[in-house]
Write a protein that binds this ligand. Structure first.
Ligand code: PEP
Ligand code: MN
Length: 336
């Protein structure tokens, strides 16, 4: 349920109203200056008319959407996430670049230098890797978080790394600016609940077979826990096609942007699995209106410990950055 507050309601009056609603058993979330979203306890409500007469309320409206907090219906303005002087979900294109797996400080330093010079804002690298085979490289663990943090800070970049469970979340918190939840953990509900309790942005990747609605319900778990800063990432889904690793579903960009106010970025690296296609699909993603791009880079792509076939060279990355910036300018000129 959406509650529209009386215009210019004082802080004191709004606080009293929220306390009263909470006392009545509602879970109340303030998403904008003049709206409150009630996300639970609604079943217990017996007297809607009585509710409407509470002081401070201008209008009450039922929310049709299942994802109450993530929906455009509950908050029409785009969510903008501010971190280290970067705004994600605003007018700026947000680019995350770096290796699939953290391998060494030298590898990260090389990736960071190129990322920064080309205009990316974030450095990625996996310290804990969700690998299909238990015999494949599983990552450096917490030492990787420390290296990523050191190198990202040196270059004024935001650090982004994946966690797969709550123990890894605790390890990452002192070092990592944005915690990534990978495709395999999108429905790890205990992890999603724990992410609701922290104050770092979450990069939530779509699962191999996750619908937009399921992706948004996963975001809802984090948001209802108290963390509104969720970035959604389309990274390809599994289809009958085998030429590419996944099928990058660019329908997701405008569809999700209609459904939600959260920022939507695209990962053409996992979305294609094919190096030659990555820059082209990055351009396509920006043309579709994506708020950002996540891309895997490496000083020697063929020597990458993981995901070598989809990892692009520094030259290719730098060229791609020029191209996506140009496409982004053009898209902005159409939508402004
Ligand atoms: C990754 O970003 O390295 C990764 C494992 O991604 P995904 O969860 O999309 O497969
Ligand atoms: Mn990867």
């Amino acid at each position: 349920m959406l509650i529209e507050l009386i215009p210019n309601l004082s802080y004191q009056a709004a606080t009293e109203l929220i306390e009263r609603l909470e006392w009545m058993g509602f879970h109340v979330v303030r998403q904008g200056n003049d709206t409150l979203t009630l996300v639970s306890g609604v079943d217990k409500l017996v007297n809607m008319e009585g509710l409407a007469t509470l002081p401070g309320i201008a209008k009450i409206q039922p929310l049709k959407s299942r994802f109450k907090l993530a929906s455009r219906e509950s908050k029409s303005a785009d969510t903008q996430i501010n971190i280290k002087n970067v705004t994600i979900g605003g007018g700026e294109l947000f680019v995350i670049a770096g290796p699939c797996s953290i391998e060494s400080e030298a590898q990260l330093l090389a990736c960071a230098t190129v990322a920064k010079n080309a205009g990316a804002q974030a450095l990625r690298g996996g310290a804990y890797k969700p690998r299909t085979s238990p015999y494949e490289y599983q990552g450096m663990g917490v030492e990787g978080f420390k290296l990523l943090s050191k190198v990202a800070n040196l270059h004024g970049l935001i650090s982004v790394s994946e966690i797969m469970d709550t123990n890894q979340m605790e390890e990452a918190l002192p070092y990592i600016d944005i915690l990534q939840i990978g495709a395999r953990n999108i429905q790890n509900y205990s992890l999603l609940k724990a992410l609701g309790k922290i104050d770092k942005p979450i990069l939530l990747k779509r699962g191999f077979a996750t619908t937009y609605q399921e992706l948004l319900m996963a975001a809802e778990y984090i948001m209802v826990g108290g963390n509104p800063n969720v970035i959604l990432c389309e990274r390809g889904i599994r289809t009958f096609e085998t030429y590419t690793r996944n099928t990058l579903d660019l329908n997701a960009v405008p569809s999700l942007q209609e459904m939600t106010h959260l920022p939507v970025i695209v990962d053409p690296s996992h979305g294609t699995g094919v190096r030659s296609l990555v820059p082209i699909m990055a351009r396509a993603a920006v043309a579709a209106g994506a708020n950002g791009i996540l891309v895997e880079t490496h000083p020697h792509p063929d020597l990458s410990i993981s995901d070598a076939t989809q990892t692009i060279s520094f030259a290719s990355f730098t060229k791609m950055m020029h191209e996506i910036k140009a496409v982004h300018c053009l898209v902005k000129s159409f939508t402004n």
